[in-house]
Design a protein around this ligand. Sequence first.
Ligand SMILES: [Zn+2]
Length: 204
Amino acid sequence: MDFQERFATEEACREYLFASRWPDGFRCRRCGGSEIGAMHRRRLLWQCKGCGAQTSVTAGTVMHGTRQPLRLWFWAAYLVATHHPGISAVQLQRQLGIRRHETAWMMLHKLRQAMVAPEREPLKREIEADEFFLGGYEEGLRGGRQRGDKALVAVAVEVRAVARDACACRSCAMPPATRSARSFRPRRRPARSCTPMAGRATTA
Ligand SMILES: [Zn+2]
């Protein structure tokens, strides 16, 4: 079954969120009770029969407090996660068939933020680092160091012995390339070696 078939209705999305939040069945966060008193389907709230505490299935997710249908969010998340190389707000708006660009932009922004793993650790052992300019072609600028309107981005990659291992990588936008920016160092110093990247990154 493909993704859109599986999550074709609000009910299917709600059930999925419910099962993700309570894989062993409903459990009240206040009293630990397992009986559901009332459900507010439209507000996505489940109420404990014992103490009346309400829990939303979208609490702590990007969908919390949303006015967009859940199936739109599900489909947006699927597109953002699977579209290579990355999806733009304009593309997302078109794919979702929504009228307002601002809505597509907000959804994309929230989904991107949510995709950064919160438990990620600083890079360790051997690290390769470099910087590059991110941005398109600009009339009148020549040479790889002509910044123009481009953003300077620093990238650091953890070197791993086994090539097939998923690569840990961090990147961040940098202030203008002044002397202080060039002395950028990771917050925690990597163990011993910090080698330059083989083959410099070029202007994007
Ligand atoms: Zn309760």
